[in-house]
Design a protein around this ligand. Structure first.
Ligand SMILES: [Zn+2]
Ligand SMILES: [Zn+2]
Length: 337
Protein backbone atom coordinates (compact mmCIF):
# COMPACT_ATOMS: atom_id res chain seq x y z
CA UNK A 1 0.00 0.00 0.00
CA UNK A 2 1.01 3.64 -0.37
CA UNK A 3 1.99 5.42 2.84
CA UNK A 4 3.72 8.54 4.00
CA UNK A 5 6.58 7.45 6.23
CA UNK A 6 8.69 9.56 8.59
CA UNK A 7 11.91 7.54 8.33
CA UNK A 8 13.55 9.67 11.01
CA UNK A 9 12.93 13.23 12.22
CA UNK A 10 13.13 15.50 9.20
CA UNK A 11 12.88 12.75 6.55
CA UNK A 12 9.41 12.17 5.08
CA UNK A 13 8.74 9.98 2.03
CA UNK A 14 5.80 8.62 0.12
CA UNK A 15 6.58 4.94 -0.36
CA UNK A 16 5.17 1.51 -0.93
CA UNK A 17 4.94 -0.51 2.31
CA UNK A 18 3.43 -3.86 3.15
CA UNK A 19 -0.36 -3.81 3.67
CA UNK A 20 -0.77 -4.51 7.41
CA UNK A 21 -2.79 -7.44 8.79
CA UNK A 22 -4.92 -6.84 11.91
CA UNK A 23 -3.95 -8.88 14.99
CA UNK A 24 -6.63 -10.27 17.34
CA UNK A 25 -8.76 -7.47 18.77
CA UNK A 26 -7.82 -5.06 15.98
CA UNK A 27 -9.37 -4.19 12.64
CA UNK A 28 -7.96 -2.87 9.40
CA UNK A 29 -9.58 0.31 8.14
CA UNK A 30 -9.43 1.39 4.51
CA UNK A 31 -8.73 5.07 5.10
CA UNK A 32 -11.15 7.44 3.33
CA UNK A 33 -10.01 10.71 4.90
CA UNK A 34 -7.03 11.66 7.07
CA UNK A 35 -6.53 15.21 8.30
CA UNK A 36 -3.11 16.76 8.82
CA UNK A 37 -2.67 18.03 12.37
CA UNK A 38 -0.05 20.51 13.59
CA UNK A 39 0.99 17.78 16.05
CA UNK A 40 2.02 15.65 13.05
CA UNK A 41 4.61 18.32 12.26
CA UNK A 42 6.00 17.85 15.78
CA UNK A 43 6.33 14.13 15.01
CA UNK A 44 8.04 14.92 11.68
CA UNK A 45 10.37 17.38 13.38
CA UNK A 46 11.19 14.98 16.23
CA UNK A 47 9.71 17.19 18.97
CA UNK A 48 7.32 14.56 20.33
CA UNK A 49 8.04 10.99 21.49
CA UNK A 50 7.36 8.66 18.55
CA UNK A 51 8.60 5.35 17.15
CA UNK A 52 10.42 5.84 13.85
CA UNK A 53 10.05 4.86 11.07
CA UNK A 54 6.46 5.94 11.52
CA UNK A 55 3.36 6.56 9.44
CA UNK A 56 1.78 9.61 11.14
CA UNK A 57 -1.93 10.48 11.18
CA UNK A 58 -4.38 10.34 14.09
CA UNK A 59 -7.37 12.17 12.57
CA UNK A 60 -9.01 9.66 10.27
CA UNK A 61 -12.16 7.95 9.04
CA UNK A 62 -12.71 5.00 6.77
CA UNK A 63 -14.32 1.64 6.14
CA UNK A 64 -13.42 -1.56 8.02
CA UNK A 65 -12.12 -4.06 5.48
CA UNK A 66 -10.62 -6.82 7.63
CA UNK A 67 -10.73 -7.97 11.26
CA UNK A 68 -8.30 -9.88 13.46
CA UNK A 69 -10.94 -11.70 15.53
CA UNK A 70 -14.07 -13.49 14.30
CA UNK A 71 -16.12 -11.72 17.02
CA UNK A 72 -15.48 -8.39 15.27
CA UNK A 73 -16.76 -9.51 11.85
CA UNK A 74 -19.88 -7.35 12.17
CA UNK A 75 -17.63 -4.30 11.65
CA UNK A 76 -16.63 -5.32 8.13
CA UNK A 77 -17.95 -2.83 5.56
CA UNK A 78 -18.99 -0.27 8.20
CA UNK A 79 -18.08 3.42 7.92
CA UNK A 80 -16.11 4.21 11.06
CA UNK A 81 -14.05 6.59 13.11
CA UNK A 82 -12.30 5.49 16.27
CA UNK A 83 -10.05 6.04 19.24
CA UNK A 84 -6.30 6.03 18.68
CA UNK A 85 -5.65 4.69 22.16
CA UNK A 86 -4.09 1.24 22.30
CA UNK A 87 -4.35 0.13 25.93
CA UNK A 88 -4.52 -3.00 28.11
CA UNK A 89 -8.22 -2.63 29.10
CA UNK A 90 -7.36 -4.50 32.33
CA UNK A 91 -5.55 -2.08 34.67
CA UNK A 92 -7.32 0.23 37.15
CA UNK A 93 -6.89 3.22 34.83
CA UNK A 94 -8.44 1.40 31.88
CA UNK A 95 -11.27 0.02 33.99
CA UNK A 96 -12.12 3.52 35.18
CA UNK A 97 -12.25 4.70 31.56
CA UNK A 98 -9.01 6.69 31.78
CA UNK A 99 -7.29 4.94 28.91
CA UNK A 100 -4.67 7.66 28.68
CA UNK A 101 -3.37 6.73 32.14
CA UNK A 102 -2.80 3.10 31.17
CA UNK A 103 0.87 2.17 31.67
CA UNK A 104 0.76 0.33 28.33
CA UNK A 105 -0.80 3.27 26.47
CA UNK A 106 0.36 3.72 22.88
CA UNK A 107 -1.23 6.14 20.46
CA UNK A 108 -1.87 5.50 16.79
CA UNK A 109 0.03 8.05 14.73
CA UNK A 110 2.77 8.42 17.38
CA UNK A 111 3.98 5.11 18.83
CA UNK A 112 2.05 3.09 16.25
CA UNK A 113 1.50 3.60 12.55
CA UNK A 114 -1.25 6.06 11.70
CA UNK A 115 -3.55 6.99 8.87
CA UNK A 116 -1.39 8.77 6.28
CA UNK A 117 -1.74 5.53 4.34
CA UNK A 118 -4.26 3.49 2.39
CA UNK A 119 -4.90 1.31 5.45
CA UNK A 120 -4.54 1.71 9.20
CA UNK A 121 -4.75 -0.88 12.00
CA UNK A 122 -6.89 0.25 14.95
CA UNK A 123 -8.34 -1.44 18.05
CA UNK A 124 -11.88 -2.79 17.62
CA UNK A 125 -12.85 -1.61 21.13
CA UNK A 126 -12.34 2.04 20.11
CA UNK A 127 -14.48 2.02 16.96
CA UNK A 128 -17.58 4.20 16.45
CA UNK A 129 -19.88 3.91 13.49
CA UNK A 130 -19.90 7.03 11.31
CA UNK A 131 -23.52 7.94 10.52
CA UNK A 132 -24.35 8.33 6.84
CA UNK A 133 -25.07 12.05 7.14
CA UNK A 134 -21.53 12.79 8.38
CA UNK A 135 -18.96 12.90 5.58
CA UNK A 136 -15.65 11.07 5.85
CA UNK A 137 -13.82 14.42 6.03
CA UNK A 138 -15.96 15.57 8.93
CA UNK A 139 -15.56 12.14 10.53
CA UNK A 140 -11.78 12.60 10.52
CA UNK A 141 -12.27 15.90 12.36
CA UNK A 142 -14.07 14.16 15.24
CA UNK A 143 -10.59 13.74 16.77
CA UNK A 144 -9.73 17.46 17.15
CA UNK A 145 -13.39 18.22 17.95
CA UNK A 146 -13.16 15.58 20.66
CA UNK A 147 -10.08 17.31 22.08
CA UNK A 148 -12.09 20.54 22.20
CA UNK A 149 -15.08 18.90 23.89
CA UNK A 150 -12.81 17.23 26.45
CA UNK A 151 -11.08 20.50 27.24
CA UNK A 152 -14.35 22.38 27.77
CA UNK A 153 -15.56 19.54 29.98
CA UNK A 154 -12.35 19.54 32.04
CA UNK A 155 -12.55 23.33 32.37
CA UNK A 156 -16.08 22.92 33.73
CA UNK A 157 -17.39 25.37 31.10
CA UNK A 158 -21.17 25.65 31.26
CA UNK A 159 -24.13 27.44 29.70
CA UNK A 160 -23.85 31.19 30.15
CA UNK A 161 -20.13 31.31 30.99
CA UNK A 162 -17.86 33.81 29.27
CA UNK A 163 -14.86 32.32 27.48
CA UNK A 164 -11.58 33.49 26.06
CA UNK A 165 -9.62 31.18 23.75
CA UNK A 166 -5.92 31.93 23.28
CA UNK A 167 -4.92 30.53 19.89
CA UNK A 168 -6.82 30.20 16.63
CA UNK A 169 -5.28 26.96 15.40
CA UNK A 170 -7.65 24.17 14.46
CA UNK A 171 -8.02 23.14 18.12
CA UNK A 172 -8.79 26.72 19.16
CA UNK A 173 -11.42 26.96 16.41
CA UNK A 174 -12.88 23.55 17.33
CA UNK A 175 -13.22 24.84 20.89
CA UNK A 176 -15.04 27.89 19.58
CA UNK A 177 -17.46 25.76 17.53
CA UNK A 178 -18.12 23.44 20.48
CA UNK A 179 -18.46 26.30 22.98
CA UNK A 180 -21.00 28.06 20.76
CA UNK A 181 -23.07 24.87 20.69
CA UNK A 182 -22.87 24.67 24.50
CA UNK A 183 -24.39 28.13 25.00
CA UNK A 184 -21.17 29.77 26.17
CA UNK A 185 -21.39 33.56 25.89
CA UNK A 186 -19.20 36.33 24.55
CA UNK A 187 -16.45 34.10 23.23
CA UNK A 188 -13.27 35.98 22.39
CA UNK A 189 -10.57 34.36 20.24
CA UNK A 190 -6.98 35.66 20.29
CA UNK A 191 -4.11 34.91 17.94
CA UNK A 192 -0.74 36.48 17.24
CA UNK A 193 -1.76 37.40 13.70
CA UNK A 194 -5.11 38.08 12.06
CA UNK A 195 -4.80 35.22 9.52
CA UNK A 196 -7.46 33.03 11.10
CA UNK A 197 -9.39 35.56 13.12
CA UNK A 198 -11.87 36.26 10.34
CA UNK A 199 -12.73 32.55 10.44
CA UNK A 200 -13.20 32.84 14.21
CA UNK A 201 -15.66 35.71 13.70
CA UNK A 202 -17.49 33.71 11.01
CA UNK A 203 -17.78 30.85 13.50
CA UNK A 204 -19.41 33.15 16.04
CA UNK A 205 -16.67 34.73 18.16
CA UNK A 206 -18.05 37.99 19.57
CA UNK A 207 -14.62 39.60 19.23
CA UNK A 208 -11.10 38.70 18.17
CA UNK A 209 -7.76 40.11 19.31
CA UNK A 210 -4.54 40.21 17.31
CA UNK A 211 -2.00 39.93 20.12
CA UNK A 212 0.94 41.27 18.06
CA UNK A 213 -0.94 44.53 17.63
CA UNK A 214 -3.12 44.86 20.71
CA UNK A 215 -2.61 44.49 24.46
CA UNK A 216 -4.77 41.44 25.07
CA UNK A 217 -5.07 41.96 28.85
CA UNK A 218 -6.23 45.57 28.39
CA UNK A 219 -8.69 44.77 25.56
CA UNK A 220 -10.18 41.91 27.59
CA UNK A 221 -10.96 44.29 30.47
CA UNK A 222 -13.47 45.93 28.14
CA UNK A 223 -14.83 42.71 26.62
CA UNK A 224 -15.23 40.69 29.85
CA UNK A 225 -15.38 43.25 32.68
CA UNK A 226 -14.32 41.55 35.91
CA UNK A 227 -12.52 38.79 33.99
CA UNK A 228 -13.48 35.74 31.94
CA UNK A 229 -15.21 32.80 33.61
CA UNK A 230 -13.12 30.35 31.58
CA UNK A 231 -9.86 30.94 29.73
CA UNK A 232 -8.31 28.29 27.50
CA UNK A 233 -4.73 28.41 26.30
CA UNK A 234 -4.39 26.49 23.04
CA UNK A 235 -0.86 27.71 22.29
CA UNK A 236 1.51 26.27 24.91
CA UNK A 237 3.45 29.56 24.71
CA UNK A 238 4.75 31.11 27.95
CA UNK A 239 3.69 34.72 27.31
CA UNK A 240 0.21 33.56 26.24
CA UNK A 241 -0.24 31.47 29.39
CA UNK A 242 0.95 34.36 31.57
CA UNK A 243 -1.73 36.54 29.95
CA UNK A 244 -4.40 33.86 30.38
CA UNK A 245 -3.74 33.89 34.14
CA UNK A 246 -4.37 37.65 34.18
CA UNK A 247 -7.54 37.47 32.04
CA UNK A 248 -9.49 34.91 34.11
CA UNK A 249 -11.87 36.35 36.67
CA UNK A 250 -11.19 35.84 40.38
CA UNK A 251 -12.16 32.24 41.12
CA UNK A 252 -12.25 31.47 37.39
CA UNK A 253 -10.66 28.63 35.44
CA UNK A 254 -7.66 28.49 33.14
CA UNK A 255 -7.29 25.32 31.07
CA UNK A 256 -3.91 24.54 29.54
CA UNK A 257 -4.53 22.80 26.23
CA UNK A 258 -1.41 23.71 24.26
CA UNK A 259 1.63 21.48 23.89
CA UNK A 260 4.54 22.91 25.93
CA UNK A 261 7.33 21.03 24.07
CA UNK A 262 9.02 20.13 27.35
CA UNK A 263 9.68 23.75 28.23
CA UNK A 264 9.55 25.33 31.68
CA UNK A 265 8.00 28.73 32.27
CA UNK A 266 7.75 31.38 34.93
CA UNK A 267 4.42 32.54 36.26
CA UNK A 268 3.36 35.16 38.76
CA UNK A 269 2.19 33.02 41.67
CA UNK A 270 -0.22 35.66 42.93
CA UNK A 271 -2.21 35.54 39.69
CA UNK A 272 -3.21 32.03 40.73
CA UNK A 273 -2.98 32.17 44.51
CA UNK A 274 -4.53 35.54 45.35
CA UNK A 275 -7.17 35.22 42.61
CA UNK A 276 -8.06 31.64 43.57
CA UNK A 277 -7.75 30.40 40.03
CA UNK A 278 -8.42 26.83 39.09
CA UNK A 279 -5.70 25.86 36.59
CA UNK A 280 -6.41 22.57 34.86
CA UNK A 281 -4.34 20.49 32.49
CA UNK A 282 -6.24 19.51 29.38
CA UNK A 283 -3.73 17.57 27.40
CA UNK A 284 -5.46 14.72 25.66
CA UNK A 285 -8.36 13.44 23.71
CA UNK A 286 -10.44 11.55 26.24
CA UNK A 287 -12.57 9.17 24.23
CA UNK A 288 -14.78 11.96 22.98
CA UNK A 289 -15.12 10.61 19.43
CA UNK A 290 -18.57 9.23 20.00
CA UNK A 291 -19.87 12.49 21.47
CA UNK A 292 -18.21 14.50 18.71
CA UNK A 293 -19.76 12.40 15.96
CA UNK A 294 -23.22 12.49 17.57
CA UNK A 295 -23.12 16.29 17.81
CA UNK A 296 -22.09 16.50 14.16
CA UNK A 297 -24.76 14.01 13.08
CA UNK A 298 -27.45 15.98 14.93
CA UNK A 299 -26.28 19.25 13.36
CA UNK A 300 -25.31 20.80 16.72
CA UNK A 301 -21.77 21.51 15.57
CA UNK A 302 -20.98 22.47 11.99
CA UNK A 303 -17.36 22.37 10.93
CA UNK A 304 -17.98 22.46 7.19
CA UNK A 305 -15.70 25.49 6.83
CA UNK A 306 -12.75 23.66 8.45
CA UNK A 307 -11.76 21.61 5.40
CA UNK A 308 -9.83 24.17 3.40
CA UNK A 309 -7.65 21.88 1.29
CA UNK A 310 -8.19 18.37 -0.08
CA UNK A 311 -5.15 16.44 -1.24
CA UNK A 312 -4.05 13.01 -2.35
CA UNK A 313 -1.03 11.32 -0.76
CA UNK A 314 1.23 12.35 -3.67
CA UNK A 315 0.62 15.98 -2.70
CA UNK A 316 1.76 15.48 0.89
CA UNK A 317 4.59 18.02 0.70
CA UNK A 318 2.13 20.75 -0.29
CA UNK A 319 -0.20 19.74 2.55
CA UNK A 320 2.54 19.73 5.17
CA UNK A 321 3.84 23.09 3.94
CA UNK A 322 0.36 24.59 4.25
CA UNK A 323 -0.03 23.37 7.81
CA UNK A 324 3.39 24.83 8.59
CA UNK A 325 2.81 28.24 6.98
CA UNK A 326 -0.93 28.54 7.70
CA UNK A 327 -1.89 30.79 4.78
CA UNK A 328 -4.76 33.21 5.36
CA UNK A 329 -8.09 31.44 5.71
CA UNK A 330 -6.51 27.97 5.88
CA UNK A 331 -7.70 25.68 8.68
CA UNK A 332 -7.33 22.00 7.76
CA UNK A 333 -5.85 19.93 4.95
CA UNK A 334 -7.18 16.41 4.50
CA UNK A 335 -5.90 13.49 2.48
CA UNK A 336 -8.72 11.89 0.58
CA UNK A 337 -8.55 8.33 -0.74
ZN1 LIG B 1 -4.57 16.24 16.01
ZN1 LIG C 1 -4.58 -0.32 31.04
Amino acid sequence: MKAIVVEKPGTVLLKEVEKPEPPAGFVRVKVKSAAICATDLEVIDGNIPANYPLIPGHEWSGIVDSVGSAEDEAWIGKRVIGSNDVVCLKCDACRSGNWRYCSEFEEIGFRRNGAYAEYVIVPAYGLCELPGQVSFDHGALCEPLGVALGTLEKAGAKFGDTLMIMGAGSIGLCMLAAAKAMGIRRIVVCASTGKRLEEARNLGACATIETEKEDVVEVMKGLHPGGSDVVIDATGIESCIQNCLKIARKGGTVALAGYGRGKTMSIRMDDIHINNLRVVGAGNNWNMHKKAVSYMAEGLIDIESFVSKKLNLEEFEEGLAMVRSRPKGFIKAVFQF
